[in-house]
Design a protein around this ligand. Sequence first.
Ligand code: WT7
Length: 667
Amino acid sequence: MSTESHTIDTLLEESRTYPPSDEFTSQANVKDATIYAHAAKDPIAFWEEQARHLSWSQPWSQALDESEAPFFKWFLGGKLNACYNCLDRHVEAGLGSRTAVICEYEPGDHRTYTYDDALAEVCRIANALKALGVQKGDRVCVYMPMTAELCFTMLACARIGAAHSVVFGGFSPDSIAERVNDAGAKVIVTADGGWRRGKVVELKRMVDEALALGCPTIERVLVLERLGNSAKYNGGTWVEGRDVSWTQLVNAQSEDCPCEPMDSEDLLFILYTSGSTGKPKGIMHTTGGYLTGVNATSRWVFDLKPTDIYWCTADCGWVTGHSYIVYGPMSNAATLLVYEGSPDFPDKDRFWRIIEKHRATILYTAPTAIRTFMKWGTHYPEQCDLSSLRLLGSVGEPINPEAWVWYHKFIGGRNCPIVDTWWQTETGNIMISPLPGLTTAKPGSATRPMPGISAAIMSEEGETLAEVSGHVEKPESSIGGILAVNKPWPGMLRGIWGDPERYINTYWSRFKGKYFPGDGVKLDEDGFLFLLGRVDDIMLVAGHNISTMEVESALVDHPAVAEAAVIGKTHEIKGQGICAFVTIKSEFEVTDTLIGDLKHHVGTKIGPIARPDDIILTAELPKTRSGKIMRRLLRDIAEGRELGDTTTLGDPSVVAALRDKYENTEG
Ligand code: WT7
């Protein structure tokens, strides 16, 4: 793990602590610390209490079924609908006129939807999907700009019992096709385009290219006219009979669409995340347990109140958008702010202008964004009125203490608790985080597990070094190791779409009977948990999971490349940057543009987020005698560290040559 030693050094020096203010605590949703002990005493009964915050059309008969572990099932026999829980029940409770979504578009206009409006629009979309042949149990691929319609499309799928598979709008046609085909999606919902940094992102054109690669299960493409009525002519080609205009179809639908009663364990969505063997994993989440997890944690961690304007800056292409834009907050009848565009358009103060304009009270963003804001300078936030903020959140990667303190001071005005939330696509909901009215925070630490979650620190060899729960227990000295979760929890993934073996191997084989998330962890002397990044071949680039294998396969796909080894390298802003060591086929002439071409190639194969920062051309890669590439040595070279153990290296001269080359290339 490339960032580990550096992170440990800086994190362990951290001694500043930030207790919640009396003022915050007195109004907090969770202010009674006995919640931890209460949950630990009988976690299953505790999760049942949480599940009762939802509306079920039929109660469950069994809370947890472990008979086919690790294929756990929650709330067996129970029936509910996720969309009903996010919309209808609020309207039925008289909250229809409450604002559900304020959608701020990049060009500067915005639109507000009440819960009544949201319900009507979701019903129209749901009826449109039905008209396109979508039925309960089908999969729908969603490739849209980050606007209210994306959230509503997800809810419309849930309403009729179809699983959505949202593909981030920055992914390439290859990536779309791979995900569509793996999921066997019947319909794609997209848009003529969206706005990003003042430019049009041609989503429909990307979909056309993906379909040209071969997506036999796709029958229809529903196209939102985000950019106006010229959809048919924007970038792509309009295929009559396949492509359908949103304006024509959705707007003509009835606002009446009954909710499909779903079994608790019916599939709610698939979301693809990087796997260390290259092929993305279709993470499956089901209805009752997932909704219970995100509903409860939203209430606890974000302290949601009817008066809040809650802004999570994620895109619904990632799990954060699923859990903490759509399902968690909306099942709590929150008012959401949704922003389509980039933080530096038209200027680098855009986020702060948005907070000022809509009087946002809660901001949930990522460390990579915070580090970018630090670099841009304090004058941007200082020019804006951020006094409406009362709570800040962070997610996606470890937040370095300096960024934490900067966030606290310049964005929170020293007066907002910060919740550093650790979780994963697979965990469904937040697993480790402060409770803002209870927990004293320490910069860089996600503090401790949520009520109902018990974790352990494991050694490489699989022995339990420490148990960690919500209780503050100070160890005799700090303990470092690998994180594990001891027991199943309702929001956990239910599997990998189409690959049950891989589910068992990836998550349940490393430590017997425990879930293995793949992260390094340290418990400091004061009992604070510090998450230290991945222990496998997954990189965390700007908070996004990208596997080294995925980038390697994209590189090797280029005709000039013989072999590639990719590593994550410490990056000031992005947390990790991508560094590729590449050997070129002997028959290929190395031109000045080759490195640029290779970067571009990866960008088009996977998407711009996977574009390598550095590409080092090398005659050979360091390998063991059995031919395995020694990525560990490449990481040492890239980080400018002493080389670790080189005794298994086949040809030691390769590394020396590579190091010289690297240092010269960089300078
Ligand atoms: C990986 C999961 C959770 C939604 C976004 C990412 C890293 C996430 C933190 C945090 C330290 C964090 C972990 C994890 N991570 N949050 N607060 N502190 N690390 O979801 O793409 O599934 O990535 O992100 O390494 O395993 P994801």
